[in-house]
Design a protein around this ligand. Structure first.
Ligand SMILES: [Zn+2]
Length: 316
């Protein structure tokens, strides 16, 4: 897009989010700097890989969470530039170039200010940003380009500068998961089964004393298992809700990995492995059934959690 349009859209969006004057200026400056400072890369702006865009959003949010408003504003401004550029066809080939220039020059006459304010809607968390990246594609109608560039920019900037405390519908998922785990002995079973599997593996290692290579592998497996167990225990018995969320999120994947590594052991040990696999499977089953887990996993460090919202509000 033309610089002046980038400027109008980004300024309009940042002001409507109610950000302070300094932050608005920084976002706009960063957005324009992309074209001003790296003119050589210009062609690529229209085809930035989506993973890279997601990465920008993640980095911007992390800076914001740390209180570094300036860096967050810069990263967000650059991200908005790429989002806006992704909406018009890339200037590739002679026909592509002509189309690009035509849409670029016709889009300048549309003003983001004319978009009704009630169409500006925020998205939340990583999930919301991913939803926008999924529908992001070049358009041929210049009016639509300006409208979408504005709406997407607003939604994404709103997610980056969203409140640090988890909103009720997300915080509620942490409450839900936590209450589920702390009832019916679920967390005790999940942790003790994992502990049992570690003890079994240690016991098993003793019979491998004469095979140093296998013994070394098993020792490494035990090290990994102890790490997984420690993380799970911290999650389950943490007093702070946020500690629960941060440690619980990765632990399901870790337990699954632990189980798969154990499955590989089958080729060494044979059927005896069932003794070790069974308790891990029980632990994993409990963890996989935790309601609301996907929501907190996706937004684990997007917010800070308090577990204050009642579980029924969880929109997972
Ligand atoms: Zn550009």
């Amino acid at each position: 897009l033309r610089l002046e349009l980038h400027e109008r859209i980004t300024k309009f969006v940042a002001e409507n989010l109610g950000l302070s004057k300094d932050v608005v200026e920084e976002i706009v400056r960063a957005c324009l700097d992309v074209d001003r400072l790296h003119r050589i890369e210009r062609v690529k702006h229209h085809e930035v890989p989506k993973e890279l865009l997601l990465n920008y959003a993640v980095k911007a949010r992390k800076r914001y969470m740390k209180g570094d408003l300036r860096a967050a504003a810069r990263l967000c401004g650059e991200l908005l530039h790429y989002i806006q550029d992704s909406l018009i066809p890339a200037p590739r080939g002679r026909r592509g170039k002509a189309l690009h220039i035509s849409i670029e020059s016709r889009s300048v006459k549309y003003d983001p200010e004319s978009i009704p304010r009630e169409m500006l809607k925020p998205v939340r968390g990583l999930r919301g940003i991913k939803a926008i990246l999924r529908v992001l594609r070049p358009l041929r109608d210049p009016r639509l380009v300006v409208e979408r560039a504005t709406l997407y920019s607003y939604a994404i900037a709103a997610a980056v500068f969203d409140s640090i405390e988890a909103p009720p519908e997300v915080d509620a998922c942490a409450s839900l998961a936590r209450e589920y785990l702390s009832s019916a002995w679920r967390r005790e079973v999940a942790v003790s089964m994992l502990l049992l599997s570690v003890l079994q593996t240690i016991f098993f290692a003793r019979s491998m004393l004469l095979k140093p290579l296998i013994l070394l592998c098993i020792a490494m497996l035990i090290g990994f298992a102890v790490f997984v167990l420690a993380r799970l225990s911290i999650a389950m018995y943490a007093r702070k809700c946020d500690t629960f969320v941060k440690n619980f999120s990765g632990s399901r994947f870790l337990v699954l990995t632990y189980m798969l590594i154990n499955l590989l052991l089958y080729f060494v040990v044979g059927l005896k492995i069932v003794a070790i696999l069974a308790p891990i499977a029980i632990s994993l089953t409990i963890l996989l059934r935790v309601p609301g887990a996907r929501m907190i996993e996706e937004n684990r460090w997007w917010y800070r959690y308090e577990c204050r919202a009642p579980p029924h509000l969880c929109a997972y």
